[in-house]
Design a protein around this ligand. Sequence first.
Ligand code: ATP
Ligand code: MG
Length: 478
Amino acid sequence: MRLTYNEIAARLGLSALESDIALTATVTDSREAAPGALFVCIPGSRVDGHDFVPAAVELGASAVLASRALPGAGVPVLVVEDTIKALGSIAAMWRDKTTARVVGVTGTAGKTTLKEVLAQVLSVRGKTAKNALNNNNQIGMPRAMLATDGDEDFWVMEAGISHEGDMEELSSVMRPDIGLILNVGAGHTEGLGSKGVAWHKSRLLTNLAPKGIGLVCADYPELVREARATGAELHFFSATGRAVDYRASYAGPAPAQADGRDDAATGIDAPDDRRGLYHLWLDGSRCDVTAPFRGEYGAENVIAVAAAAHLLGLSNAEIAQGLAQSELPVQRFNQTRVGKWLLIDDTYNANPLSMRRMLDAAAERAAGRLFVSVLGEMLELGPQAAAEHEALGKHLAELKPSAVFWKGGHGENIRAGLTCGGYTGPWFEVYDAAAFAAAWAELTHTAFAENKTGGVALFKGSRGNRLECLFQTLTEPE
Ligand code: ATP
Ligand code: MG
């Protein structure tokens, strides 16, 4: 960013300095402070950023944004009622100055995945900025906007919500040219109150830029209804064959040579690539693309990316090139081979929508070989948690897993669902990585001892369960 103290003060209704200061970055962690930085004091539940002002100033921070006066801070202090809201206002001011086309991305499952792949595709055409990692809330997203140079062609910004009112705030900060809603389902429902997820996600469309449009998945009737109710101009995409402008379908594994990769050489069941082939219809024209997804669920992501890129003026060839080159973010359906096993690291997070779809995709990858699910609890579901876990168990039973591992609470609900679905196979409740490693070793020496054809194991659970610790016992054994 390139803003000055006085520009920011004017925006926040505060008084100006006699000699203005150039500000080039925002920091919330005092250890990252440096000359040119605006240190933003965030009052956290464990620590209060205000306590770290001396440390930030020591490292050269040029100014401070605080919610109380800080006499003796040693640098100018912008005092506001709510520093997080003020950070949003500053980001909104920076957004006004950029000529980048802004794509706001939301949905229940796959936002980060979509954001990362879309940014890689748009980079084929022009300079593209995005929020790093999963920085999608009222602190992370404005900071991501303020971390841009401002001369980009495109910004892709993920917006994630946990509470009522969150999306309204995020959309008013980014004012997207394209508000892209990937999907809706139960997720982060604990703090969202009585209005449905589709209503909350659709708030992305209530603060579009002038001539901004909504780009919405047509496969969720409630989402379509809520998006229409905002009055925004809408375009639709579908991964289930609905008659809309942008459509995609999954056509199986990518042809071995299509993208220059040859996983078959190291694989156990050639052709067996990590990438899929998708048929697309983009506003009347047909094209085939390869993309870093394996399974039906990927069609939703691929068409969302392609539709946004198409609306931003990329050609079909650019879209195909970008998708062919793109990679998934870490811990999202990352496929690794270890011996006879294809291990799928999907340990970043979990909710009912992503659990079901990733289990379906993994079971399809197993294609009749062993299929093991190593799952963790789905958090933040509020009162629906027990029922959602039981429903997941039933769904999993239909996929006929060879063994099920479980970490975290609600094990009894999953088990009830599995039993109800007719599952009678091995069940292990594990509390830590050592217990998992021991149970896995036992299984491979007993039930799976005769296994010649290998299999697929999916590792997935909510962030709080840290399923990556279990995954690592197989990929990085001591
Ligand atoms: P968070 O709410 O944690 O920010 P997110 O919406 O950003 O999550 P990702 O981190 O991209 O989502 O992915 C979370 C899970 O959703 C992963 O298991 C990922 O593979 C899965 N996923 C990706 N795309 C889809 C999709 N279209 N439908 C369902 N699940 C998906
Ligand atoms: Mg995310």
